[in-house]
Design a protein around this ligand. Structure first.
Ligand code: DUC
Ligand code: ZN
Ligand code: ZN
Length: 462
């Protein structure tokens, strides 16, 4: 199955790459295929797809006074279990730090620890002369996209003037601007007022981060990108009104794109409100979960069908309840923001195929092919074709996957945001550059197999 169709075929892998895609019954130098190769993986009745590419992860991210709980080792192992064979993680620079120091630190964390291949985006926090200069060095490092924040004043936040200058620079350099589009200064006032009124429960995180402030910031980002001729990619879109802004922009010829995440397709603010005690903290993430009564989740699925949204990544940013999320008991502002899903993205999105929300081809496109094209990996990743890396997943539509702690959970978290989810499908075999990393015997990969993948420019630049 590819982004453009499906066909019965044999995939011939030689070393780390795909050698050929052959019609059934093909021979190799006169011999039948099975007797001419070292190893045969029988995928009869199953889907063979290019490995998932999760273009938005945060391993070991220092955030909210703690560190995201998956290391590159545990997080990439969990990714492999779930049929993801490449991640793009965010190297961090905060206001006051130097950009290329952050990138070096991320290389140090990842090198030798990953089970699957990895690349980096660069977070640019608080744009200044130094970071604008440093952006000039990113393409040569294989980092062709960077993220700005309209939220988190004092940490990552850039104001409109800073954003404008960064986008001008990005347009010159061919960098893709990724935007956290929420009006942070307004959110921080609302959050402080809620806490002052004694509204401290996790649920109020989502009340403070109102959809109006996502819609507004998304619009502002679109217009700043338009005036600077910079292509724009809005991360973790959750509000249907923000999707409407992207749709409007695209209908008006602007080169903008949007990503959503499984949590915004499945989970809701109402369920968070209904959780007992402090349990709602399990689903504190930013942008927040939205109201099901308002129809955001359904609208996200629709936008994936209509291509108003182009990709699904996880924004994998895991924290444990004990010792991490519980920092925010009594004040939701201190709950570290994030949900871990890296292991379940391919399954959760396949369930959209089962329920008739997206086609099989769109599943592959949203989770592998478009991420590869968007972030300069295509050809090597995101496709099963001669010359591509042999990152291949055998997916069994007749299989079944139960999600939750003690089930298909290999993420370093003491809870699952997806406890009890049942999937009509199963990741059977996963290959990363020709090596089987997961099969019916379990995890067969190793830390250090995964290599850094320098990325080319986005194929979506004009
Ligand atoms: N944005 C992200 O992309 N990840 C974690 C938290 C956030 O605000
Ligand atoms: Zn963000
Ligand atoms: Zn993120």
């Amino acid at each position: 199955v590819s982004a453009t169709g499906r066909t019965a075929a044999d995939v011939l892998i030689d070393g780390e790459t795909i050698a050929a895609v052959l019609s059934p019954g093909s021979t190799l130098l006169g011999h039948d295929l099975a007797s001419s190769v070292d190893e045969v993986i029988d995928a009869t009745g199953k889907y063979v797809i290019p490995g998932g590419i999760d273009a938005h992860t945060h391993m070991e991210l220092p955030f909210g006074g703690t560190n995201a709980s998956d290391t590159f080792e545990s997080g990439t192992r969990a990714a492999a279990w779930g049929g993801t064979t490449t991640i793009i993680d965010f190297a961090v620079q905060r206001a006051g730090e130097r950009v290329l120091d952050g990138l070096g630190a991320w290389h140090d964390k990842a090198a030798g620890n990953c089970a699957i291949d990895y690349g980096f985006h660069q977070i640019v926090g608080g744009v200044d002369e130094d970071s604008l200069k440093a952006m000039e060095g990113l393409v040569a490092e294989g980092v062709t996209s960077y993220k700005l924040f309209m939220a988190y004043p004092g940490v990552f936040y850039s104001d409109d003037a800073q954003i404008l200058r960064a986008m001008q620079k990005a347009a010159d350099l061919g960098l893709l601007t990724m935007m956290h589009a929420e009006n942070g200064p307004a959110i921080d006032v609302l959050a402080a007022q809620l806490v002052a009124q004694g509204k401290t429960d996790p649920y109020f995180h989502g009340i403070a981060r109102a959809w109006q402030l996502e819609e507004e910031a998304t619009h502002r980002a679109i217009m700043l990108a338009d005036v600077t001729n910079a292509p724009l990619y809005v991360v973790h879109v959750s509000a249907k009104q923000a999707v409407a802004q992207l749709a409007w922009a695209r209908d008006n010829g602007k080169n903008v794109f949007g990503e959503t995440c499984p949590q915004y397709l499945y989970l809701s603010l109402e369920e968070q409100l209904g959780a007992p005690g402090f349990e709602g903290a399990k689903w504190v993430c930013s942008t927040p979960l939205r109201s099901r009564a308002e129809g955001h989740q359904e609208h996200m699925w629709q936008a994936l069908r209509t291509n108003d949204l182009q990709m699904v990544s996880t924004d994998h940013c895991p924290f444990c309840m004990k010792g991490q999320k519980d920092l925010g008991v009594g004040d939701f502002r201190a709950i570290p923001n994030g949900i871990g899903s890296i292991e379940h993205r391919m399954d959760l999105m396949y369930q959209g195929v089962v329920t008739g929300q997206i086609t099989l081809e769109r599943w592959v496109e949203l989770t592998s092919t478009t991420p590869a094209r968007m972030f300069g990996l295509y050809g090597r990743k995101g496709v099963i074709a001669p010359g591509a890396d042999a990152d291949v997943v055998v997916y069994d539509p007749a299989g079944h996957t139960s999600i939750g702690l003690g089930k298909t959970h290999h993420m370093n978290m003491d809870y699952s945001a997806w406890e009890g989810y049942e999937i009509d499908g199963h990741v059977d075999v996963v290959l990363s550059r020709g090596s089987v990393v997961v099969d019916e015997t379990g995890f067969r990969g190793r830390a250090g197999h995964g290599k850094y993948v320098p990325r080319g420019l986005s194929q979506y630049l004009l």
